[in-house]
Design a protein around this ligand. Structure first.
Ligand SMILES: O=C1O[C@H](COP(=O)(O)O)[C@@H](O)[C@H](O)[C@H]1O
Length: 223
């Protein structure tokens, strides 16, 4: 596995933001629209802070989360909130956001309508993923009910997952959708996640879901 190492997280953020901006610009040279799926959680915010200023035709970029926690947009656990506040500002405010969460509805009720919005955007042009120390990526958690379906080659676009370790239901792009992105970046920080990623290489995806999306992945690591 090819891991790009950086001296610190600021350097990583600048470089990954530049790489994603370059991927999007290249895609837009040959297509009308580019689709960018980005992780939530704690890792991507500094990258968003740099990427939002990139000089590209954001009006032709559709942005979505790789996964969403089923919480209101006002919640500080909302991935959509993070993306709106840290990525969809500055020049990137011209991009179009495709939310997964619909207020006052259960995830299963909205799946078909959200999938219909996402389908014309596939394959994704660029995906930015994170990973937990438990080797989950997006909301594909080890051992969670429904994981087998989310990892299958014929998985639906979106899956609803209810990990025991998490306080809310999750909606996640499935492994084939994430893995099928034309350009793929994974960002991890710290020794523990690096060890977890190395361990994931020798485990089946049911135990280490990150395994399912690593083909042609550009991995970026900082201490
Ligand atoms: O719950 C989630 O976790 C992963 C990893 O998050 P991090 O805080 O350890 O970076 C994240 O990639 C995913 O989008 C998020 O919903």
């Amino acid at each position: 596995m090819n891991i790009r190492e950086y001296p610190d997280r600021d350097m990583l953020a600048i470089d990954v933001a530049n790489a994603i901006a370059g991927d999007l610009k290249m895609h837009l040279l040959h297509h009308d629209i580019a689709a960018l799926a980005v992780a939530g959680g704690t890792s991507p915010a500094p990258i968003f802070d740099d990427l939002c200023a990139a000089d590209l035709d954001w009006n032709r970029v559709n942005v979505m989360a790789t996964d969403e926690r089923w919480v209101a947009l006002e919640s500080d656990r909302s991935n959509a909130r993070l993306i709106r506040e840290r990525l969809l500002t500055d020049r990137a405010s011209a991009a179009h956001f495709l939310p997964f969460h619909v207020p006052a509805r259960e995830p299963e009720e909205v799946l078909a309508e959200v999938e219909a919005q996402i389908a014309p955007n596939l394959p994704l042009s660029v995906v930015l993923l994170g990973m937990g120390e438990d080797m989950h990526t997006a909301s594909l958690f080890p051992g969670v009910e429904g994981l087998e379906q989310a990892l299958a080659a014929d998985a639906p676009i979106l899956c609803v997952l209810r990990p025991d370790s998490q306080p809310e239901p999750r909606v996640s792009l499935s492994a084939p959708v994430l893995s099928g992105a034309l350009s793929k970046h994974l960002v991890i920080y710290g020794e523990a996640k690096r060890r977890a990623l190395e361990k994931a290489l020798s485990l089946p995806p049911e135990q280490a879901p990150i395994q399912a999306v690593l083909t042609e992945m550009r991995v970026h690591w900082a201490p």
